[in-house]
Design a protein around this ligand. Structure first.
Ligand SMILES: CC(C)(COP(=O)(O)OP(=O)(O)OC[C@H]1O[C@@H](n2cnc3c(N)ncnc32)[C@H](O)[C@@H]1OP(=O)(O)O)[C@@H](O)C(=O)NCCC(=O)NCCS
Length: 207
């Protein structure tokens, strides 16, 4: 065990984060969530992870345990990370041992790399980024804070993805393009030209 961590989010991504943390050798102290469903609480119990209550209560506790946000929506992740920042440091990146990283890859705090994610060489990845199962992040890619690269997505070489964007499951962003900030690339889309900030693009070619 290389350190304790608290996961924020009892939903699917939060429980994936628990799995990644444990596989990476961390001790998961518990899960914080403002409104977990009954199903999520049952699932947490099945993982033998304590439920620690809501975010405000956890902040009031003055905890110094490092944390990650296991919530899929980038904008929600951003706002929760901002609330927690004064409390305790975010945990160093959690990387599942079944992910692969090339040379000269930097991962900032709070980032979660799931099993099967592939990261090529000379890649810069920001804070609180989620790289989901079987996503492929190419050489020389730059990914901003709070981005989600969903399962099976392909981010080709030298692409830039702006902060708070979501690259949908099974989509492809072709090489050297820029996806702006707060964008959504729809599941299964193929991005063939730059995407301006705040756009949702879908289809092949994506528009
Ligand atoms: C594109 C997306 C953001 C649209 O979400 P939304 O605004 O809630 O969309 P709706 O479901 O209301 O559908 C709106 C229209 O977009 C179409 N649409 C939805 N998703 C689409 C996709 N991936 N590709 C193409 N068209 C899509 C719908 O058929 C609908 O078309 P219509 O108006 O002709 O009926 C969403 O469907 C998506 O692909 N998000 C990525 C999710 C993802 O990666 N999930 C995996 C999680 S692990």
């Amino acid at each position: 065990m290389t350190g304790a961590v608290v996961v924020v989010g009892a939903g699917g991504m939060g429980r994936e984060a628990v799995d990644v943390a444990r596989a990476a050798g961390r001790r998961v102290v518990g899960v914080v969530d403002d409104g977990p469903s009954e199903h999520d609480l049952v699932r947490l119990a099945r993982l033998d992870v304590p439920f620690l209550g809501g975010v405000d209560g956890w902040i009031a506790s003055g905890s110094t345990t490092p944390w990650v946000v296991g919530i899929g929506a980038p904008s929600v992740r951003r706002s929760i990370a901002a609330r927690l920042a004064p409390l305790a440091p975010a945990a160093p990146a959690l990387v599942h041992p079944a992910a692969t990283l090339g040379s000269d890859v930097t991962l900032d705090v709070g980032t979660i790399v799931c099993a099967g994610a592939r990261i090529s060489t000379h890649v810069r990845i920001g804070r609180h980024v989620h790289l989901l199962a079987n996503s492929a992040t190419g050489h020389d890619v730059v990914i901003g804070d709070h981005v989600s690269i969903n399962p099976g997505a392909v981010v080709s070489g030298a692409v830039t993805v702006g902060r708070d964007s979501l690259v949908g499951a099974g989509s492809t962003v072709l090489q050297q393009l820029r996806v702006g900030e707060r964008c959504v690339v729809a599941a299964a889309a193929c991005v063939v030209r730059d995407v301006a900030d705040d756009l949702v693009v879908r289809g092949v070619p994506a528009r």
